[in-house]
Design a protein around this ligand. Structure first.
Ligand SMILES: [Zn+2]
Length: 460
């Protein structure tokens, strides 16, 4: 963005010029009687014109700066909104992270307790496994001893068939059943083997229970582990979202700072322009009374008899509409612009059937008969009026026609009511083709009033 749309040296130059012009003008007005000041008036008007051009240029620059301010303020608004959104997202993420951290903290001792319990169960399973092995070994040893003894008994008794039968037993119970049948087993050995069998059975039962318990604990631990993994993955997601949001906020913050800095520079520029314009306006205000002064010096006064010659070709007592076309419109009324600047006239345009402005070059006619007391047709800025003329209708009634493309009358000319005096143009301070039409009254006391033309005439 180019901030250097005006430079401070330029302003200083314009202001110094303005001040010196004012001093010159004030000196000239003070030193020379108005009647003989007429000759230097054109020079003064030229200087005044230049000053007004400067004001217009500065107003244009001010408008640019103000529109930049507006657009930057819009940007700031958008960024602030984005930052607020991000901040609330971060707040929500933080809240979720806190809740999640709490859940993880809660889950950790539960998992640790389960791990301890699983360790304890595993330990008791190991112990039971050892005891079962012991009991099985003991039973097996007892069986071996018993078999040994039987073998010795029957070797002595010579019953080889019985030994073979016993030795061919597939398991202990078959063996014992056969033993019992044979009724040759000692009560002690039988009891011992039964006890061992019972013990092994009990131990197996305990081990089965421990296995069930372990499986149960492992299921529980599995659930908690998967919950923990889920929480950790959520935590990871949330933390990366939060970190992304934080970096986005940082970017927005720095963008905000940048725009804000540009805005404060623009504010400074705007203030400088406004001060300069106010100063120039104050200087211009002194000069703008010039037309009133001119009328005060040269115009007729209210209550005075209207000179005979002014009445030539007077068709009606009142004023007629100065733009003699059927389709005219008022684009700006007498009063004040929205920016507080006074508007001392009525702006009139000519339109075609489609509403287009076709004013350029259209005729302007005298609203009333009288004498042209001023006709400025130099194409200059002329206090913003451009090419303009003033007609004195007598009895203190004067009309003014501004922004003309050209005048068709000269100073001192007598004009009839409805006579062409100029063409609509674009001279002076105007953005579109129109006639700026004023009515001024010179009162009996010599003071001049600027009045609303619509109080005297309406379109037609
Ligand atoms: Zn106007």
């Amino acid at each position: 963005m180019n901030l250097k749309i005006f430079n401070k040296k330029g302003i200083v130059r314009v202001i110094s010029a303005a001040v010196s012009i004012t001093l010159v003008l004030l000196t000239v007005f003070a030193a020379i009687p108005v009647s003989s000041a007429q000759e230097s008036l054109d020079d003064l008007k030229k200087q005044y014109s230049d000053l007004e051009k400067d004001v217009a240029a500065n107003e244009k620059k001010l408008k640019q700066v103000q529109s930049q301010i507006t657009s930057n303020e819009e940007k700031l608004k958008t960024i602030t909104k984005d930052i607020d959104t991000i901040k609330s997202q971060i707040k929500i993420l933080d809240q979720r992270i806190v809740v999640l951290d709490g859940s993880i903290t809660e889950l950790r001792p539960q998992i640790s307790t389960l791990n301890t319990q699983i360790g304890e169960v595993e330990e008791s399973i190991d112990k039971l496994t050892g005891e079962i092995e012991e009991a099985q070994t003991l039973a097996s040893d007892t069986q071996d001893k018993l078999l040994e003894r039987i073998r010795e008994d029957y070797m002595a008794g010579g019953n080889a068939t019985m030994i073979e039968l016993l030795l061919s037993s597939e398991d202990l119970s078959t063996f014992l059943a056969r033993m019992e049948l044979m009724d040759r087993v000692s009560e002690n050995d039988e009891q011992l083997i039964k006890d061992m069998e019972k013990r092994a059975e009990e131990l197996n039962k305990l081990k089965e229970e421990a296995d069930v318990q372990k499986a149960d604990l492992q299921i529980k631990k599995g659930l908690l582990d998967s919950k923990m993994n889920q929480l950790k993955s959520n935590q990871y997601d949330l933390e990366s979202s939060r970190s992304a949001a934080s970096s986005k906020q940082a970017t927005l913050d720095s963008r905000y700072a940048q725009v804000n800095e540009v805005l404060s520079e623009l504010d400074e520029d705007s203030e400088a322009y406004q001060k300069q314009i106010a100063r120039q306006r104050a200087e211009m205000e002194v000069l703008s009374r010039e037309i009133d002064n001119y009328i005060a010096q040269n115009g007729s006064s209210k209550g005075e008899e209207v000179p005979e010659e002014y009445l030539v070709n007077r068709k009606s007592a009142g004023l007629i509409w100065p733009v003699p076309y059927s389709n005219t419109a008022i684009t700006c009324h007498f009063g004040y612009y929205s920016n507080g600047q006074p508007h001392y006239g009525t702006d009139i345009v000519v339109r075609d059937a489609n509403g287009n402005n076709i004013s350029n070059g259209k005729n302007i006619v005298a609203a009333q008969s009288g004498k042209v007391i001023r006709a400025i047709n130099n194409g200059g800025y002329n206090s913003g009026y451009g090419n303009y003329c003033i007609i004195d209708h007598g009895n203190g009634m004067l009309t003014l026609y501004a922004h003309c493309r050209t005048l068709t009358v000269y100073e001192g000319q007598i004009v009839g009511q409805g006579q062409k005096i100029a063409e609509i143009g674009l001279t002076g301070n105007t953005t579109g083709y129109h006639l700026h039409f004023e009515v001024r009254i010179k009162n009996a006391d010599g003071s001049v009033s600027r009045v609303n033309p619509e109080g005297y005439v309406s379109p037609g």
